[in-house]
Design a binder for this molecule. Structure first.
Ligand code: DX5
Ligand code: ZN
Length: 219
């Protein structure tokens, strides 16, 4: 169990993005989570390649880029050039997952597949060995600040069992509605990385919240 935290910049103050990136740099967080939405795969549009490029110039931790877009493979190279270190795309948006994963790795990034709340984990059984991580959505993708879907706990446990059965070290990331109330139980169920948007950026003391989400005192 890794116990990592990836604050989602979707909930940052875009007028003060540099300040918020600086805060994450100083925090105990492990990765920056960047949510890319196209208004087609999800009913919302966030930010794109030039913004990721700007973030990467200031970020001192790996950029975890979550693509919520149709035809994600068209943009792998652009996100690699923009500074992405970890690239995840949706199972529901791609017909050739094996090829897509190889493309991401060939570009020098870690590769992960994302599952929507309705997609069972067993669809990944024959590709799991090729993945660096699996991202389980614990809300319907598209917006920050939504309520955590409790059924995600079962998915985490089933995915963890699949990973152990196959003797792999694939990481499990959970995204959506993560907060101080459910973080410890999510790690306990088998999650390695928790994405947190509102819980971090809307809190009184983001540095302390990041440390508490990992179950530690702030530095
Ligand atoms: C939702 C995004 C999430 C979002 C999480 O589509 O993938 O990363 O920013 O926000 P919270 O933690 O507020 O649910
Ligand atoms: Zn996300």
């Amino acid at each position: 169990m890794e116990k990592m935290i990836a604050p989602s910049l979707l909930s940052a103050d875009f007028l003060n993005l540099g300040r918020d990136i600086e805060m994450v740099n100083r925090s105990e967080a492990d990765w920056f989570h960047c949510d890319i939405m196209d208004g087609r795969f999800v009913p919302n549009i966030s930010f794109g390649i030039p913004v990721v490029q700007a973030i990467s110039r200031m970020a001192e931790k790996p950029l975890d880029v979550h693509l919520m877009i149709v035809e994600p493979e068209k943009y792998f190279e652009a996100f690699a050039k923009a500074g992405a270190d970890i690239l995840t795309f949706h199972y529901e948006a791609c017909n050739h997952i094996h090829r897509a994963v190889q493309q991401i790795k060939a570009l020098g990034m870690k590769a992960g597949v994302v599952l929507n709340p309705h997609t069972p984990v067993n669809v990944l059984e024959d590709i799991l060995g090729d993945l660096d991580l699996v991202l389980l959505m614990s809300v319907n993708p598209g917006f920050g600040g939504q309520q955590f879907i409790e059924r995600t706990f079962g998915k985490i446990r089933r995915l963890k069992a699949m990973i152990e059965d196959q003797g792999l070290d694939t990481l499990i990331e959970v995204d959506g509605g993560v907060n101080l109330q459910n973080a410890a139980a999510l790690y306990e169920a088998g999650a390695d990385i928790l994405v947190a948007g509102n819980a971090v950026f809307k809190s009184e003391n983001p540095l302390e919240t990041i440390a508490s989400l990992r179950g530690r005192e702030a530095i």
